[in-house]
Structure formats: C-alpha cells, structure tokens
Design a protein around this ligand. Sequence first.
Ligand code: ATP
Length: 659
Amino acid sequence: MSEHDLDPEFGQSTPIADGSSRSLCFAHVSARTSSGRTILSDISGRVPRGNMLAVLGPSGSGKTSLLDILANRSTISVDGRIWLEGTTPRDDKQIRNRVRYVQQEDALIGALTVRETLLFAARLGRTSVSSPTDGGKRGLFQHVDGVISRLGLSEQANTKIGTPIQRGLSGGQKRRVSVGEKLVANIGGSDDNSCVVLVLDEITSGLDAVAAYEVVRRVKEFAEATGMIVVASIHQPSTATFTLFDSVLLMSQGKQVYFGPVKQVTDYFAKQGLIIPSNYNPAEFLLEITNTDFIATQEWSSHLQLTKEFIGDRDQIDELCTAWNASEESTLLEAVLCNTASEEQLDRNLRSDMSRLGGLSGITITSRNTMILVQRAVIKGYRDILAYGVRVIMYLGLAVLMGTVWLRLSANETTIQSFFNAIFFGSAFMSFMTVAYIPAFLEDFATYKKESHENLYGPAAFLLANVIVGLPFLFLITILFAVVEYWMTGFRSSATAFFRFVMWLFLDLVAAESLVVLVSVIVPIFVAALAITAFANGLWMAVGGFLVQPNVLNKFWYYTFYWIDYQRYVFEGMIFNEVEQRSYSCPWTSEGGCSGCMYAATEVEHGVCKISGKTVLDARGYGNNQTGLWVGLVIAIALAMRLLAYAWLRFKARRVQGN
Ligand SMILES: Nc1ncnc2c1ncn2[C@@H]1O[C@H](COP(=O)(O)OP(=O)(O)OP(=O)(O)O)[C@@H](O)[C@H]1O
C-alpha cells in the first residue's frame, strides 16, 4: 500500500505535482525541563499541505510546549524527529523561515493601519527570503491587498490597529492581522517551492464564538488556497469552529490521547466506550474527559450515556493513552509518518535555501531593514501620541510652569540660588519625565521580539532605527521647551548661551532615553521598567553634586555613581553656561561699599556692586569649565547604555539560537 493510498484514511491528502506528499511530520516527540520533568511524552502526528491540525487538551497538557518545538522556539531538551518536506527544522536555522509562529498575544504597532502593517511585514520578510512580493511596488501592494481580502479585512484596510487611547480593530480583527503578517512574506507564489507551516498558539483566546469561527475559517480558506500547513492550539472551540479543522491531536498531561481526522473522533472514542452524544460539542467532550482536574460524577456519566464508568482520573487518562498506542489508528499514523531525509537530500535543501538568500549580504539586510524600521517608526512617531506627543505636551506644560514660577528673574545676589534651582529642576525633571516613553518603547520591543525570532532583522537594526528616529524627535522637544522656558525665566540673553542650553538639554534627553531603552530591554515589563528607571533618576539627582556638594558626598557615592551620572555633567555644563559670564548686582552701602554682598563683589561704578559669575562658581566649589570633556562624557554614557542594550539583546538572541 502506498503512502498516497493511506492518506484518504486520514482524509487529508493534497496531491502534489511532483508526486511526493509534502507534510509536516513529528514522530515520538518528548520534552524534558532542565530539572528532568517530562512535559511531553511520545507525541506523533502528520499534517499534509493545505491541512489544519487542532491541538486540543486541558490547561497544562503541553500544547504550547509542542507548538514551540514545532516552531523551533523551544528552550528545553527535546527528543524525537520533526520533518518538513524531508528537512528537519531543528537542524538548520535557515529553515526556520518556513515556519511562522503567531503567538498568543498580538504584538502590533497600534498607530499603523492594517495595510501599512502588512506592507511593512512583507517588506521586512522580503529581505530574508525571495518572495512573490518581488514584482516591484505594485506587485507588493497587490500581494498585500490579496492577503487582506482573503482574511476578510478589506473594509478595515485603512483602519488603524488601535492604541490604549485610540480604539481601532476588534480583538478578532487584530488576530487576523497577526496571522496576515505571517502570510504576506513568501506564501502562495507559484514559484515558491517551500512548504510553509503556520503555527498558531491559542489563536481564538479571548474571542467570542462567532469571531473565533471567523478567524479560523479565514485561515482555513487561506491554507486550502495556498497549500499552507496550519497547526493551531485551541481552547474550547464551538462545534462549528472545531469541524473546520481537518485533524485533531488530543493531549493530556503531555501524553497523546488521540490523533486523526476530526470526523473520526466520534467513532474512535465510541470504541473506547466513550460515546459522544449527538447534541454535544465533541471538542468540549474531549476536553472534559482529558481534564484531570475534573472528576466526573455519576450523573455526568449517565448524562453522556457512557457505556463504562468514567471519572477522568489519572489512571483512566493513562488507560486512554495506552489504548491509543495499541490502536489501529496509531499504527496507521506510524505507517504514514514521513521518512527521514537522506543527508544528501538535506544538504540539497539547505544549499537551495542558502542560494535563495544569496545576493543579500548581512550588511545589506541590516541596512535595508533598518531603513524600513525607520520609516515605520517615523509614522508611529508622529501618529501615536504615546510615542512623543505626550512628552511634547508634558514638556511644554513644564516649560510654562517653570517660566511662570521663575518668571523673568533679574540677575542679583538674591536670585543666584533660584537660577541654580531652575537649572537643576529643569534638567533633572526633563530626564525623569522620559519614563513616559516606556509604553511606546515596549510596544516596539514586543514587535522586535516577534520579528527577530523569524530572522527578519536583529538587535543592531532595531536599536539603530530607534536612535535614528528618536534623535530628531528629541531635538524638536528640546527646542519647544527651551524657546518657552529659557526666555521666560530670564536666563542669559545671548544666542550662544541659548543654543548651549538647547545642546545640554538635548544631550540630557538622549542619555535619559538611552537609560529607558537599556532598562526596558532587560526588564520588558511596564511597571518594573517604570520603577527601575524612576529609581535610577532619583539616584542621579541625589548623587549629582547639587543636593549634596561633591566635597561632602560620602566616598562610596562619590567614587562610583557620581562619575557615571550624566545628569551631573549636564547640570555643571548648564551652570557654567549660565553663570560664568554673568555678573550679579548686590547692594552698595555708604558705610561698607560692597563688603556686605553675599560673595566677594566689586564696585563697578560709583554705588553699583557686581559679583562676577566666576566668583560664584569658585565659592560654590565648581572648579574649572570643562564643557568639551563633559559633552564627551554624556555622549559616552548614552552610547555605553545603547551598547549595553545591544549586547544584552545579542546575548538573548544567541541563547535562543543556541537551543
Ligand atoms: N520551560 C519550562 N520549564 C518548566 N516547565 C515548563 C516549561 N515549559 C512548560 N512547562 C510545564 O509544562 C506543562 C505544559 O505547559 P504548556 O504551556 O505547554 O501547557 P498548555 O497545554 O499550553 O497550557 P495552557 O492551555 O494553560 O496554555 C506545564 O505544567 C508547564 O508548567
């Protein structure tokens, strides 16, 4: 009996022109955690092109673990074999491009429209692999619009995804966009000889029955039309949704209870004495019998008219697994599992994959993708108020607040402290308020994690694009703040002094944003990143030499954080810019002349005393003006934080690839 003869038994055959059946096969897959706990045990299945497999099982049964392994994302120890058209995905990173993973949470950029989201995904994907989007700009648009239409999103093509403060797509529509992102790169072209697998983790979670059905139906249509293989874990599907799948893998406690066509589920379990009532949702039934947390009652058994007593405890689940292993269906599956590819075949496939990548050096990919990421970030930058808009408003508010509180200060001895305070407060508070960037950055970071998993780009392109887009926005914010606050407060009236003020504030914001980036990539959890960044800013303020003078600061802080405190250099640079060339008037008295002034003063003309800025700085222990050095140090600190963020992301990427 040929493999092709066997296929109809599984109701899933898709004949391919060259006569070979193209499938995803996984045979006897087992997985253990580092502590030795077995979480998957002997799981097998086969999904031909154009078919959809539902992975079903109660919570904790190992669905996500299996999907991670199939998508080559698992970090645990795995045994068994996985074949995709004769190649083993786990053997080669390049073949990773053939498997797409849609994770449980949508990681989309809220400010982009549906069409823009898919266009960017298609363009990013295009630099990694050849694709049907190679027909120029028009071909790209047509290709993307085709996917949009197949996913039933034509009416929403120009609708924004939506942000926390601007409603956009519904949950089901977002899920479809997440799927669409995976479909636009290289699927469905007649010249595309690769077999692409779409792995969907809990694709319908959080959706109502109708939305869930709609999402699965659209994916099924796409799979049938393009020959794509779909493997989807699914929670509590309705009967209508469940029957859209071709086959089902039922798991419990990491073991296999059943694999086979959905339409044969009823017959199989009837043979085990578990008759699914005709008015019962079969998927619900399967979940109920495999759920070890649920001990069935007598009423439940009689309600379902079970021919044997079934309480669903661990022993009975083990019996079901044993029954599966001994079943005719299991033997049949074993017979149709793909054969191991010969090394020669594997080599050929790998070489062909490499040649498809040919012509695109690593540098080209990085620079091309960096430019695409820059374009995407620019759109987000001006559309999403959370990216920079919120900070523009906050900083303008701060400028007006400071300008009115420190309103047009005149330069005399009683205002010296106020000028110092204004400079300290302004620079420290501006730096502090950069925490408002964390939500927008975390959204970008979630997108990066998703896209970098598929080798679309790496940490260098991500961080480079972030800097390229961030710098002009930060400069704009600085100028807006300075124009309002500088002149209202009455700082030194000189163009040079004003532009130096702008430069220092700009460097301050660049360093502060670098800190946000560093903290957020290491701890990508909003509340935690916020707390750590806020704490760090408090630390910089405390040890910067203004609140506690450097010569009084205790040795620990002085020899450690004081020297890497970018706020300190910004503050000192701004102080010198404002004070060094100033003179402050103080009262002259007929008895003592200028001797009653706060600092040593000179009588510049009869009855007029002036304190030079240099005198103030010396008296306060500020030493020499080292603006050039300080500028260099702030840039070096900002750069170091970006490089540390890069090193961290490289380290994380290597750990994933190493598995
Ligand atoms: N890396 C890991 N380290 C330790 N335990 C793990 C790891 N991955 C999974 N597990 C454990 O394996 C079991 C199966 O987890 P998995 O997430 O695959 O289940 P699931 O069926 O997807 O559950 P749910 O439907 O609730 O998402 C769980 O008990 C989980 O704690």
